[in-house]
Ligand binder design. Sequence first.
Ligand SMILES: NC(=O)C1=CN([C@@H]2O[C@H](COP(=O)(O)OP(=O)(O)OC[C@H]3O[C@@H](n4cnc5c(N)ncnc54)[C@H](OP(=O)(O)O)[C@@H]3O)[C@@H](O)[C@H]2O)C=CC1
Ligand SMILES: N[C@@H](CC=O)C(=O)O
Length: 326
Amino acid sequence: MTTPVRVALLGAGTVGAAVARRLVERADLYAARVGSPLELVGVAVRDTSRVRDGVDPALLVQDAEALVDQADVVVEVMGGLDRARELIERGIRNGAQVVTANKQLLAHHGPALEALAAEAGVGLDYEAAVMAAIPVVAVVRDSLAGDVVTSISGIVNGSTNFVLDLVARKGVPFEEAVRLAGELGFLEADPTEDLEGLDAAAKIVLLARAAWGAPLTLADVQRRGITGLTDEDFRTASANGKVIKLVASAWTSGAQDAPRVELAVRPVALPQDDPLAQAREGSNVLIVEAESAGTLRLHGAGAGGDETASAVLGDLVRAARRVTRA
Ligand SMILES: NC(=O)C1=CN([C@@H]2O[C@H](COP(=O)(O)OP(=O)(O)OC[C@H]3O[C@@H](n4cnc5c(N)ncnc54)[C@H](OP(=O)(O)O)[C@@H]3O)[C@@H](O)[C@H]2O)C=CC1
Ligand SMILES: N[C@@H](CC=O)C(=O)O
């Protein structure tokens, strides 16, 4: 076997702990797929004294800089903006490949980070940042690179879908449904990002950038979350045979050679048989319309530790292959 690929994991919460566990359980599988073993050299957290199920306590460190400096691949699943950005930039400047699930960081600083990565000749992969387990970034950016995407719409936030679904179908009180979404690891560290539509806004920005290459920011999104919904809204929707979903949309308008991209996140009352209304609990659905491909529909788990780890680990395997082939 060749030299191990050294992996630094930043974060051991819902997603990071799942990634760490799978790296142990599937060590042989990943070694075969990469052509070299993946060596988890450490896991940066804030509190090294806390036991994390399935994560070797000896790997937990607070000195994230020292950890990043040892890595061939940096996997950032800690969330937040400034600290995550510093550490990712450090990794890139060191020549490490970077994998991140951090959609807010990418929505705010993605173009600058991608430019830095391109300059350093390393990859910056982020499939897990948009719709967790569902491979949508690769589909929109790469698989459809020979087509013309005309619109994207979907349920792109798992926790709000879980809340809306439980309220509508099971009569669970709104606050109780939010609490349950937190217990399942669906909510962001700051749940208002989910409930006010900021998480969905970041995801639609990333998808629209991937589809149209346009310099879009969070400020371009017309955004409304679900906290303003009332019992009356749910009763009216139900009486009319509808279901309320938080829908994220991106579409083009204006001249074909210089299209303007419009972005929105808002609660919409959909007919029960609408494809977006089919998303249950923490699942997500994305509908992509493209000139030649027609209508594509992607459906699956939009949040959760193991589900998100699936996408992170896919990016990690790809990043590690780049290391071994360099
Ligand atoms: N949960 C999900 O379903 C999904 C999450 N994501 C994204 O993945 C990322 C992680 O999410 P999730 O696992 O849910 O978050 P958690 O809050 O569960 O975990 C965050 C982890 O990062 C560590 N951490 C946070 N800040 C620092 C810091 N300044 N220095 C060192 N360690 C730090 C925490 O340490 P400690 O444990 O000691 O507090 C914790 O281990 C976020 O960007 C999120 O948006 C993406 C898709 C789905
Ligand atoms: N908080 C997010 C987690 C996955 O991205 C969500 O609810 O979708």
